[in-house]
Design a protein around this ligand. Structure first.
Ligand code: 5RP
Length: 236
């Protein structure tokens, strides 16, 4: 274990370390994005370099691709891999049914495509991401830049007609400019507070013109590995 980790980083590290035990020689592995997923990529890189583990990794963002190459993982595209044995990724929130909010790092589109093309998805997280009801974390929605304000208005009008507490959608910024995803899109963060019916919300959002994908992962995650600051882990 790296020395001098803060309790939160230790929790993320031990969750990642536990999750890579699910990775076997020869597997095609989806590599998530974010600070927790970065620990997993580093752990896999160490297994490749020091234990001779042979895997092909499909990254879910340009920054994960760069890290994976740096640590010695063979990187292939999803279309080269075709299907994945396992995907390991972080999350912004998870509930008791293992439904997730993802996209805090802006990579939700590739993350959802990759996780859906996997035999199993394992989420690695610290305990702070567990919630009774999804929605305190703003729900990221990827929208195309063309007419994004019209899409924002349509989303807000639709939310107003639904049984949700929060209704505002804010454009994610990167300094003075709109945040741009790997696919060249923008992100609207929906401040909903509480999502009573995540499945319905996900379907409604994805029917809107201009919406590319939303950050609700419903029935995609199979296992959650929770790490704790004292080094313990729990598998759900
Ligand atoms: C990126 C994601 C991340 O997995 C999520 O934001 C969690 O990130 P972190 O591990 O840094 O807390 O969905 O799009």
């Amino acid at each position: 274990m790296p020395t001098e980790l803060s309790p939160i980083d230790k929790a993320k590290f031990v969750a990642a370390k536990k999750a890579v035990e699910y990775v076997e020689d020869g597997m095609r592995v989806g590599l998530g994005t974010g600070s927790t997923a970065a620990w997993m990529v580093r752990c896999l890189g160490e297994m490749v370099r020091e234990e001779g583990l042979r895997i092909r990794g499909v990254p879910t963002s340009t920054r994960t691709a760069e890290l994976a190459r740096d640590v010695g993982i063979e990187v292939v595209s999803l279309d080269q891999a075709k299907w994945l044995d396992i995907t390991i990724d972080g999350a912004d929130e998870f509930d008791a049914e293992l439904n997730l909010i993802k996209g805090g790092g802006g990579a939700l589109l590739q993350e959802k495509i990759v996780a859906t093309a996997s035999d199993q998805m394992i989420v690695i997280t610290d305990a702070s991401k567990e919630v009774d009801t999804l929605g305190a974390f703003p729900l990221p929605v990827e929208v195309i830049p063309f007419g994004w304000q019209t899409t924002q208005a349509l989303i807000e009008e639709t939310l107003a007609a639904m049984d949700v507490m929060g209704r505002s959608a804010s454009l994610r910024m990167n300094g003075e400019r709109p945040f741009v995803t790997d696919e060249g899109n923008h992100i609207l963060d929906l401040h909903l507070k509480r999502i009573g019916n995540p499945r319905q919300m996900a379907m409604i959002l994805n029917q809107m013109p201009g919406v590319v994908e939303n950050g609700l992962f419903i029935d995609i995650c199979d296992t959650v590995v929770i790490g704790y600051g004292d080094g313990k882990t729990q598998v759900r």
